[in-house]
Design a protein around this ligand. Structure first.
Ligand code: DAV
Length: 391
């Protein structure tokens, strides 16, 4: 019998195979129209620019120790763990339409790669330094594709990443201006090209929720709808207006088990979008305040303190959490989850925490409907009626 290797329909089913990122050869993210990295300490930022070039070896080694700790924990639960290939992130990128001085790292496969059932999809990405970030995963993808005859492989269309794709003045906007415009959902990328990072998607069986953000635009969500609906998925855009710098849904809205989502108290879902969850008996559990304030996060980390919520489920009952987030451990324990704490803070400056640093390939289970009361109109239905009309 032929092996089925690629099979993951949600964020919580029992985990069987996963890719864990690696910090080797990581570089600092460069300044570019889609990203303006800044030092965490505002006083230091007045004196020192954000560093350029490769990450220091001891910093990379510390991150690798924690990533290896995650690998060991997963293996002790019987999970098969795979790692990305080596890649030279110091190579500059030059295409006919843009140039960038270096690439980034292979710590966060979640941002680039996603498994939708038996399909592996490579995201378009939204930043120049990450244009080629699928490369460290290609050997694995070929292996899955060669061994699993049911596996479908797709790569979303690459955007130009030309200057015109970005709205650079976004970085100059004051917080007041962002706050006033929070319901426009307009960020540093324009709406003309198809743009999405994989980490803006969250999988709930038949239903996929995609956040509009600095890394995913409305055309990106439309592309995902047209791509996924013929396979039986229902794709929903979701918004968290109080997140003035949204990037990746997995520090904001994190499903842990059927009927349970961990929510971010500072980033409530847009009024009206909660209805689908409430109507279908989903419970929102509010995450407690993280251990660190934003100012206390590691100096070069570009993510918020809400990395505290970036947990990895290895079954509907078992969750891996960052070691220092005691209030979160207690909360999850109270709700009947087994918590597995591990140190992970040295990974933060490489783009994320436990969910970001992984990409699940196989979870035991099938595609289920967790929103049975949903009345969904597929995008294709509207498009078809228009084309019939034109003919
Ligand atoms: O809240 O800063 C970070 C996600 C990183 N992949 C946040 C989201």
């Amino acid at each position: 019998m032929q092996m089925r290797i690629v099979n993951a329909w949600n964020e919580w089913d029992e985990l069987e195979e996963i890719v864990v990122g690696i910090a080797d050869d990581a570089y600092f993210e460069p300044t570019e129209p889609g990203s303006c990295p800044a030092l965490r300490d505002k006083h230091a930022a007045k004196i020192f620019p954000f560093p350029k070039g490769p990450k220091k070896q001891e910093v990379t080694e510390k991150a690798n120790e924690e990533l290896n700790g995650l690998v060991a924990l997963l293996e002790s639960h019987g999970v098969t763990v795979r790692r990305p290939e080596k890649h030279n992130f110091g190579t500059p990128v030059k295409t006919p339409l843009f140039e960038v001085e270096n690439q980034y790292c292979a710590v966060c496969p979640r941002d680039v790669m996603i498994t939708f059932g038996n399909e592996i999809l490579e995201a378009t990405m939204s930043r120049r330094a990450r244009f080629f970030e699928y490369l460290p995963y290609r050997k694995l993808v070929y292996e899955y594709w060669n061994q699993d005859p049911y596996m479908i492989w797709n790569a979303a269309p690459k955007p130009t990443m030309h200057d015109l794709m970005y709205r650079e003045e976004f970085w100059e906007w004051s917080l007041e201006k962002r706050f006033e415009r929070m319901h426009d959902f307009e960020f540093c990328i324009t709406q003309d090209e198809v743009i999405f990072d994989a980490a803006d998607c969250s999988r709930f069986g038949h239903d996929i929720f995609v956040q509009e953000s600095m890394t995913t635009n409305r055309a990106g969500i439309r592309w995902l709808k047209r791509h996924l609906e013929p396979r039986g998925f229902r794709v929903h855009d979701v918004h968290f207006p109080l997140d003035l710098f949204p990037s990746h849904i997995d520090c904001t809205f994190v499903p842990l088990a059927p009927g349970v989502v961990l929510t971010n108290p500072e980033r409530p879902i847009k009024a009206g979008e909660e209805k689908l969850f409430i109507d279908n008996d989903w419970q929102f559990i509010e995450a407690p305040h993280p251990t660190s304030t934003d100012d206390e996060m590691p100096m070069f980390c570009q993510s918020s303190k809400w990395l505290a919520m970036n947990v990895l489920s290895i079954s509907p009952k078992k969750v891996i959490c960052e070691e220092q987030e005691h209030s979160l451990h207690e909360l999850l324990d109270k709700h009947g989850f087994d918590v597995y704490p591990i140190p992970f803070r040295n990974v933060f400056e490489f783009g994320g925490s436990l969910h970001c640093a992984t990409w699940d390939i196989r979870r035991r289970g099938t595609c289920k409907d967790y929103f049975p009361k949903l009345n969904y109109t597929p995008l294709a239905a509207t498009t078809n009626s228009v084309s019939r009309f034109i003919m």
